[in-house]
Design a protein around this ligand. Structure first.
Ligand SMILES: *Cc1c(COP(=O)(O)O)cnc(C)c1O
Length: 321
């Protein structure tokens, strides 16, 4: 496989065309309670309403749409226990391709079932003994499948960025944009879109406090690796930024801030009670930074990306109870 060049805004526009009529144009919601509490005009971009329940569909589908005939014939392989697995499985189903997903032995049964429900073949590995990237690479070699990683891939980054081209078309220019940060696919794509369409908009990444590798990486000027963090924000439990995502974030993102699990739970409750929507813990990161006043937003026009809504009902009941 040739090494692909770093993605630019042009690739985000190209991805938007490929996703037209396939991905949902998700709604932007507002809340007078949120506006009163913060003194700002807040626009919530609801990717919890995206197909399969998270923005990940955008990047996964965009990546698969670039496959040539031979790649389509052999299919796609990836490693993920979360939303990227479902996004790849659904995208492959829509494109009539085979998908193999490498998942840890302790992945939630609901996520394994959802991935299989979209027609994906799930291969289980022991996360304490084996390396998922090595398994993915071996499958790619043996079966001729193309490996699409969860965040560090130009087509994935460009696809994720379409959430923000859409948001800015819906709201007009913004002063601030808050985006959750795991491996940085969504944040890098969002920053590419915002820099072009709303150049004065400051883009802020939000990580779980327990896993602030992105914040450390910006401070040190290099990619910092951490242990798997213990946080309820499981979608942002990546242990390091990527070779594609880090330089974009370094160039275009104003700062990275952190929030605690307690702030995430408070924010989930706010969404359920006031706005009547289900947002998964990771999906609350950006909103938690705004609602708990970590960054001053008074008088500003503020975009907040709600990244997903896939949460086990029993866990949701615990958080809301
Ligand atoms: C994957 C994911 C994230 C983190 O996205 P990255 O591109 O890895 O930074 C955030 N929220 C949800 C719901 C996710 O599934």
């Amino acid at each position: 496989m040739p090494v692909l060049p770093a993605p630019t805004y042009v690739d985000v526009v190209d991805a938007a065309a490929r996703l037209e009529g396939v991905a949902h144009r998700t709604p932007v919601l507002t809340s007078s309670t949120a506006n009163e509490r913060t003194g700002a005009s807040i626009y919530f971009k609801c990717e919890n309403f995206q197909r399969m329940g998270a923005f990940k569909f955008r990047g996964a589908y965009n990546a698969l749409s670039h496959f040539d005939y031979a790649q389509r014939d052999a299919g796609v392989v990836t490693f993920s226990s979360g939303n990227h697995a479902q996004a790849i499985a659904l995208s492959a189903q829509l494109e009539g391709m085979r998908a193999t997903i490498v998942m840890p032995h302790d992945a939630p049964a609901a996520k394994v079932a959802a991935t299989q429900g979209y027609g994906g073949e799930v291969i289980i590995y022991d996360r304490y003994k084996e390396n998922r990237e090595a398994i993915g690479q071996r499958l790619a070699r043996e079966r001729g499948m193309t490996l699409i990683p969860p965040y560090d891939h130009p087509h994935v980054i460009a696809g994720q960025g379409t959430a923000v081209t859409e948001l800015l078309a819906q709201t007009g220019p913004l002063d601030l944009l808050f985006v959750c940060l795991g491996g940085g696919g969504l944040l890098a794509g969002s920053a590419l879109a915002a820099a072009e369409l709303s150049p004065d908009c400051k883009v802020i990444g939000v990580e779980p406090e327990a896993g602030n590798d992105g914040q450390q990486s910006l401070a040190r000027g290099e990619i910092v690796h951490i242990e798997v963090p213990h946080t309820i924000a499981d979608g942002a439990a990546a242990t390091h930024l990527g070779l594609y995502t880090f330089p974009i974030i370094q160039r275009l993102v104003e700062q990275v801030v952190t929030v605690t699990d307690a702030q995430l739970i408070e924010t989930m409750r706010f969404f359920a009670q006031r706005m009547k929507i289900v947002v998964e813990p990771t999906g609350c990161l950006a909103a938690a930074a705004v609602m708990s006043g970590i960054v001053p937003v008074q008088g500003k026009r503020v975009g907040v990306l709600l990244s997903g809504g896939n949460v086990d009902l029993a866990r949701l009941a615990q958080f809301l109870g």
